[in-house]
Design a protein. Structure first.
Length: 364
């Protein structure tokens, strides 16, 4: 009975103005132990400017996708609420530079301060720009438009290093139990680095040819970025370039995928490939198919999971699917969370399942 109560997300009450009931907080020692176990491999996959020196962040979830309009922000906002309903304090960070709108899903006005104040201008800490939402246990750090960020050129390595330091700040100051990154579309370097910084990267796709094609391009680019990051971390940039070139060039052996091709390359560069595999295994990739209308659409997700694992070599786990439901755009029009506006809808129940699968994929 208690588990059903903790999973319920209710309407805002006049007394508190807050949404949702929370379950018991997970044991912090368990969270820390699980994160420490994968720390070395996780650090190997980070870009060279992210010098964490063994400092461990909280669990990080990134919601990305190769194409715009696939529902990344919808997933991010409602997943955050469902995780909070299970007892986790969630910090949602809008990483869609130039198109940030995650605050809209929470019914909030455009915040006056956001992530750019921390990573670009260095005039605030993450704690200073956190905004409490009307969902119990969920805080938000807004993104901002292109002008606020000062253009892509403002995101130099010093700024990016501050971003990764901010992830550490979340744990050191006990700001949240989980960080959830709502990424922008495409394969921009910042987007890829944030996706690879996640312990669980959710790839959101639609069961449509263009979305699937862009998702595969995203996976390929993420793999090549991971090769580069491992080279930077090991100070073996020259070997990373060779490995990347060997992956790019046509080869009959690649018919079975990049994963098998890496095994062949490992015969010549065993230490580097071993480190690359450690970086891959310390990250979990999840496929979430949105706007599902049929069993055929559900099967798209299953096929993509197999391809991500067997062809690209990623550690892939199912994150489930989300039904097509007009409740999605109706709730956004109302500037309310879907799981709050339509708590008994099929889609709301799917978000509950997604939340449970996400925690399972993180090892909790």
């Amino acid at each position: 009975m208690m588990s059903k109560i903790f999973d319920r997300v209710s309407e805002a009450t006049a007394a508190r103005g807050m949404i949702g009931l929370r379950g018991p907080k997970p044991d912090p020692t368990v969270i820390a132990a699980r994160m420490a176990a994968r720390q070395r491999g996780w650090e190997l996959g980070l870009p060279g400017y992210a010098d964490l020196s063994g400092r461990c962040p909280p669990p990080i979830i990134a919601v990305g996708g190769g194409k715009g309009g696939v529902g990344k922000s919808l997933v991010s906002a409602n997943l955050a609420v469902k995780l909070a309903a299970s007892g986790w304090r969630v910090l949602a960070i809008d990483m869609d530079i130039g198109g940030a709108n995650l605050h809209t899903y929470f019914g909030l006005p455009t915040p006056t301060r956001g992530l750019a104040d921390v990573v670009v201008y260095g005039r605030s800490s993450l704690a200073d720009v956190m905004v409490h939402t009307n969902a119990t246990g969920v805080s938000l750090v807004a993104g901002g438009n292109e002008e606020v960020w000062g253009g892509a050129a403002a995101m130099d390595q010093a700024a990016m290093a501050r971003l990764f330091d901010s992830f550490i700040e979340v744990r050191e100051k006990d700001l949240a139990d989980i960080v959830l990154l709502d990424l922008g579309a495409g394969t921009h370097g910042l987007t890829l680095d944030c996706y690879l910084a996640a312990h669980l990267g959710i790839l959101t796709v639609l069961p449509e040819p263009t979305s699937i094609e862009n998702a595969y391009l995203f996976l390929k680019t993420a793999l090549f970025r991971l090769v580069r990051n491992v080279g930077d971390q090991l100070k073996q940039e020259d070997i990373a370039l060779i490995v990347r070139d060997l992956l790019v060039e046509p080869d009959k052996a690649r018919k079975s995928g990049y994963g098998d091709h890496l095994r062949l390359i490992g015969a010549k560069y065993p230490d580097f490939i071993a480190s690359l595999r450690s970086a891959i295994q310390s990250r979990t990739l999840g496929i979430a198919v949105n706007q599902v209308r049929s069993q055929k659409d559900i099967d798209v997700g299953k096929s993509m999971e197999l391809i991500a694992e067997r062809y690209f070599g990623f550690n892939c786990r199912s994150c489930g699917y989300l039904n097509y439901d007009e409740a999605a755009w109706k709730s956004l029009r109302n500037r309310r969370l879907l799981v709050v506006d339509f708590p008994h809808s099929v889609l709301s129940k799917r978000f509950s399942e997604l939340s449970r699968q996400v925690l399972s994929n993180l090892g909790f």
